[in-house]
Each structure stands twice: as C-alpha cells, then as structure tokens.
Design a binder for this molecule. Structure first.
Ligand SMILES: Nc1nc2c(c(=O)[nH]1)N[C@H]1C(S)=C(S)[C@@H](COP(=O)(O)O)O[C@H]1N2
Ligand SMILES: [Mo]
Length: 320
C-alpha cells in the first residue's frame, strides 16, 4: 500500500474507514472477498487503483524540544494499550479495541468566547500553526502509574496568540468530541460526556502546555486522543483532554469532568503532588509501566522549575 509522507499528505487524503469498508462490500459483491485474509488483501490491492491507505500520517522534520526528558521512553505498545478514554470503555484495554473505527475525518476545532478573533480550525490549519516538535514528557496518571511519551505538537500558546484573548479571558475551557453512536460504551462509564477540562490562562500560556497531534513520529492513534488533544505534563493525566473539538476563553473557572463527578477527590488544579494524597491511595509513589519497583513521585511531576512560580502563595492542599 502507498503511504505518502507528511508535507503533501493532508488529513482529507487519509482514506476514511467508511470508504475502505464500502470497497470491501463492493469486492464481496463481486465475490472476491472471503478466501483467507491474506488473499483478500492481495486482491484488494490489485483490484483497485492505488490509493492512500488508512494509515497514520508520518511526521518528518520534527524540531527537538529543550523541554524533553532524557528518561527512557515507554514502548509504543504500552502507550497504545493501557489507556484511559472512558468514551470507549473503562478498562485500560478498551480504547485500543473500541476506538479502531472512530471517524476523525473533516475534524474541526472551534475557538470561541473572550477572544478578538474567534475561529474554527481544520486539522490542516492546526498542523500549520507552528513548527511541529517532538516533546518527550513524563505523564503521571492520578491512579499512580506513569509513562514517558514522545508526543508531537507545539506550545498551545501559539494558538492563544493567534486568537487574541480579551482582558476578560482568565480561564480556558476545553471540550472533547462526543458521539454516542460512535462511543456506545460511554453510557456505562459513570461520568458525564462530553468530557470537559480547563486551565487558568497563565497555565494555558505556559510553554509546557502542549497542543498535541501525534506521538512516536506519527499522527495520534484513536485511543490516545486523535486527531488533536492537550498534554499538560505537570498535572495528573486526566487534565490532558483527548479528541478536542472546542476551546473557549472565559472569565469564570470552567467545570471539569472529574471534579463534577467526585469533587472531594478531584479538584480544578490537579497538579501532581506527592504530598497531597488521593482519599483512597497515596500519591507519594508511582509505577512506571514496564517496571517492577515503584519510584517516588516528583512535585509537579518534576516540572517544578517551569511551573512552581504560577502557584506562589497558593495553598496546594486546598487548591488540589
Ligand atoms: N476525552 C477524554 N480525555 C481523557 C480521558 C477520557 O476518559 N476522555 N482520560 C484522561 C486520563 S485519566 C488520562 S491518564 C489520559 C490518558 O492518556 P493516554 O491514554 O494517551 O495515555 O487521558 C485523559 N484524557
Ligand atoms: Mo488518568
């Protein structure tokens, strides 16, 4: 199959799964699908004009980020088969199984609220907003496991500058895509959808806050939040909202999914903090996926130099 390289490959070029399925239907009607999978695939390649396969976009010429950790990266397999993405089920293996056919073509991200220049972005426009960087970040889930991931994206503040927040903009609200037909297990997840999150404007402006479009050199797999998500590495993983469709600048602190669900367990800030325990378990240590022994959790997940000053004078036990 033919896979074109990043610069001339647009998101619209990536054949949506529905087209692929229709082609299989067409082949089945002609009686040529149905032997072994290998034979069917061979025929499929022969019988049709060459087209771009349903495959990840490979990103070339990525800029290395000074914010990257030199710690050992987790395997692609770890990061794509141990996920929280409750829209696709609550077991860690569910998103990999159930997000396979998630349709992310013609994706639009709407930016609205207290900005001088509200606008809607296509994925192609987002990809051109700033040079794409590889950022290798530690990611610490509130459930006390952690991973190291080579994300791809750029500082979210590149987008913020473009839309020009008004003086009233003090917070940024984020919203995930939600479609119960594509995410039928969402009904049983026990949390409200669409998934919503938020940051204070200074947190959103912090260069570490990443608008993320890929990982391991490629576009994001569906289970990791395709086609675009946030990554906020000094906060617990649930702040890093996936499959983003709406960004709203506003004066008021926005509601957040896990705070709405269990307010005394999950606060708005949710900074990684080994000294403030979850009511049900300690946050002092974490298990890096693939390792046996636990390691100590670092304040702000080890990003204190870059972020601690934003919380000067705040009681982090109260503002958890
Ligand atoms: N829309 C949405 N975003 C989400 C979640 C979710 O369930 N739905 N889970 C969060 C949690 S708890 C974590 S730890 C991270 C996991 O990201 P990863 O699967 O890419 O490692 O996604 C976060 N973003
Ligand atoms: Mo998480």
């Amino acid at each position: 199959m033919l896979i074109r390289k990043a610069p001339d490959l647009t998101y619209a070029d990536v054949t949506p799964k529905s087209v692929y399925l229709d082609r299989r239907k067409f082949l089945r009607a002609m009686g040529i699908v149905g032997a072994t999978a290998v034979t069917a695939k061979g025929l499929f390649d022969l019988a049709l004009p060459p087209q771009v396969a349903f495959a990840a976009t490979k990103f070339t010429s990525l800029v290395n980020s000074p914010f990257s950790t030199s710690e050992k990266q987790n395997s692609y397999d770890d990061v794509t088969h141990y996920n929280n993405f409750y829209e696709f089920g609550t077991d860690k293996g569910d998103p990999a199984k159930n997000a396979k056919n998630f349709n992310t073509s013609n994706w639009i991200v709407s930016v609205e609220g207290e900005v001088a220049k509200p606008r809607k972005f296509t994925m192609d426009e987002i990809l051109k907003l700033a040079p794409l960087e590889e950022r290798i970040y530690r990611h610490r889930c509130v459930e006390a496991w952690s991973i190291v991931v080579p994300w791809i994206g750029f500082s979210f503040n590149s987008l913020i500058r473009l839309v020009e927040p008004t003086p009233k903009a003090q917070f940024v609200a984020f919203q995930s895509y939600y479609d119960p037909r594509q995410m039928p297990l969402g009904r049983w997840a026990g949390i409200e959808f669409p998934y919503v999150e938020g940051l204070r404007l200074d947190e959103a402006m912090n260069p570490l806050t990443l608008l993320c479009v890929g990982m391991y050199g490629e576009s994001l797999p569906n289970q990791d939040g395709a086609p675009v998500r946030m990554v906020i590495p000094w906060k617990y993983g649930f702040k890093s909202i996936k499959s983003l469709v709406k960004i709203k600048f506003q004066q008021k602190m926005p509601p957040t999914t896990w705070n709405l669900s269990v307010p005394n367990w999950y606060g708005f800030y949710s900074n990684v903090n080994p000294n403030v325990n979850h009511p049900r378990w300690s946050q002092a240590k974490e298990r890096r996926l693939g390792e046996i022994f636990k390691r100590p959790t670092l304040m702000f997940n080890g990003y204190d130099d870059q972020v601690a000053s934003m919380y000067n004078g705040m009681d982090l036990k109260k503002n958890y």
